[in-house]
Design a binder for this molecule. Structure first.
Ligand code: FAD
Ligand code: AMP
Length: 482
């Protein structure tokens, strides 16, 4: 194997592996370096997303959802299943199998596309040079016309609750519990905290979420955030806003617990948990990645500094995914990976950062794209809002899953769709049609004039678009227009 490449990608998470595959498709000789090792010391590709992020969390969300359905929601359909039990090790083993299948899939894609997957830790030692150190300390130097940094992110630790990987865990540890904790604490009511809290609450844990901020989900449209707080609070998730964790004490003895200290509006509080998940966010991972002499600039929060095309200050070096600014989402990194690969091939590809969809995979799911009502009002934009509740959807009622709503916001002057915010079953998939519509600058009327299958959840999107112009059929309209 020659050590000279057109492109060397560091990191094989969604940003890195997609960049590598697209580069190879475009005819570049490409390598992708990965340092991730399994418990039995094997290199795996796929990064956080496949190994300890998007995929395993969704596997556990799906398993726990089925458990919850069997326990609470079958009876109404006339189905009785007796006492429902959960075998946690079997659930975790299934999750591991899904992860194995997908990470092996990336290896297969590298082979099919002729990407050299290289095991080891990469360090950028020059504008066109990367040194790879494998797990036994053996080094090799790669020459690269272009380098793409896709080193991702890792969980943030906070001093009050040091991770001991047993009682106090990060998101990775929360995917590995072998039994349902009786009392589970979660620090952080962000996306990861709510998803992992939901998994264990559905299986019977008494879950308390401690969140320092007073506002729940500040990045979400207020109406949707308020609705989600109402629904999630009915699911054995005790979400305590305005509660800043300040310390913790582990108990001694065989069966460990942790006493968490936090302050809220009433003063200093304590609460005892059998397990504690610290989900206070993630930081870009650039540890031992860049030789200082190369001069790649980082910003003040440690992200690799890039422009809109993901170019760093060094002409041959690019960076994509969680290691650069913007939302830490797999699909955002993937699109950046494609953009950089295509720009290296002289295409004019661009990422539309205004249309990055976001999803929280609780039940119901929360999904949004574009701007919220509050953002648009603050900008002084005149808007029309259409809201359609799922309780008015035949398909949602037939499924006995009718919590939530679709909220669609359009410019009052041009009718162009400016945002869509959904809380409801399958919100992620429902949202995607509006992401596409917005990419094509569609108006609410365009959606209103499109025929939707009946009965389908997507009809709620159709009706919300009609409601934005005051002529929804299956609900009363806030503003009636012709
Ligand atoms: P990563 O996936 O972090 O991959 C970076 C890779 O680079 C890693 O494999 C790392 O080992 C490797 N690496 C780092 N430094 C080096 C080096 N020097 N040499 C060699 N290799 C190196 N996002 C979503 O969009 N949807 C979700 O549902 C979702 N759920 C999530 C659930 C959880 C519990 C977590 C933790 C995250 C979730 N995310 C989700 C976020 C998502 O996982 C990240 O946004 C995504 O993985 C970022 O991709 P990336 O390629 O930038 O980095
Ligand atoms: P996210 O960045 O979406 O993963 O969310 C992480 C959440 O953790 C944020 O809402 C933070 O406000 C919250 N957080 C950070 N530190 C603390 C702390 N010490 N106590 C409680 N919540 C915290």
């Amino acid at each position: 194997m020659s050590n000279e490449y057109d492109v060397v990608v560091i990191g094989s998470g969604p940003a890195g592996y997609v960049a590598a595959i697209r580069c190879a498709q475009l005819g570049f000789k490409t390598a992708c370096i990965e340092k991730w090792l399994t418990k039995d010391d094997k290199t795996v590709f796929g990064g956080t997303c496949l190994n300890v992020g998007c995929i395993p969390s969704k596997a556990l969300l799906d398993s726990s959802h089925k458990f919850m359905d069997a326990q609470n929601h079958f009876e109404v359909h006339g189905i009785s299943v007796g006492k429902v039990a959960i075998d946690v090790p079997a659930m975790i083993a299934r999750k591991d199998k899904v992860v194995d299948q997908l990470t092996s899939g990336i290896k297969g894609l590298f082979t099919a596309n002729k990407v050299d997957g290289i095991a080891g830790t990469g360090k950028v030692t020059g504008p066109n040079k990367v040194v790879v150190t494998d797990k036994d300390g053996k080094q090799q130097e790669l020459a690269a016309k272009h380098i793409i940094i896709a080193a991702g992110s890792v969980p943030i630790d906070i001093p009050p609750t040091p991770i001991d990987h047993e009682t106090i865990v990060d998101s990775t540890g929360a995917l590995e519990f072998q039994e349902v904790p009786k009392r589970l604490g979660v620090i952080g009511a962000g996306v990861i905290g709510l998803e992992l809290g939901s998994v264990w609450a559905r299986l019977g844990a008494k879950v308390t979420v401690l969140e320092a901020l007073d506002d729940f989900l500040p990045m979400v449209d207020r109406q949707i955030a308020k609705e989600s707080m109402k629904i999630l609070s009915k699911q054995d998730l005790d979400i305590k806003m305005g509660s800043r964790v300040t310390g913790s004490k582990l108990s001694k003895g065989a069966k460990k617990s942790v006493t968490v200290e936090y302050s809220d509006k009433d003063g200093e509080q304590t609460e005892v948990f059998d397990k504690l998940i610290v989900a206070v966010g993630r930081r870009p991972f650039t540890d031992s990645l860049l030789d200082e002499s190369v001069g790649v600039e980082l910003d003040d929060r440690g992200f690799v500094k890039v422009n809109d095309q993901c170019a760093t200050n060094i002409p041959s070096i690019y960076a994509v995914g969680d290691v650069v600014r913007g939302p830490m989402l797999a699909h955002k990194g993937m699109e950046e990976g494609v953009m950089v690969a295509e720009r290296l091939a002289d295409k004019k590809t661009q990422v539309n950062y205004d249309l990055v969809p976001s999803v929280i995979y609780t039940h119901p799911e929360i999904a949004w794209v574009g701007k919220s009502e509050e953002e648009l009002k603050a900008e002084g934009v005149e808007i029309n809002i259409g809201v359609f509740p799922f309780v008015a959807s035949g398909r949602a009622l037939a499924a006995n899953d009718a919590d939530g709503m679709v909220k669609l916001i359009a410019d009052a002057k041009t009718d162009r769709i400016l945002g869509c915010h959904i809380i409801g079953a399958s919100a992620a998939d429902l949202l995607q049609q509006i992401v596409i519509a917005m990419e094509f600058s569609a108006s609410a009327e365009d959606i209103g004039l499109t025929m939707f299958s009946h009965p389908a959840l997507s009809e709620a999107v159709h009706e919300a678009a009609l409601a934005a112009n005051g002529h929804a059929i299956h609900i009363g309209n806030r503003k009636r227009r012709k």
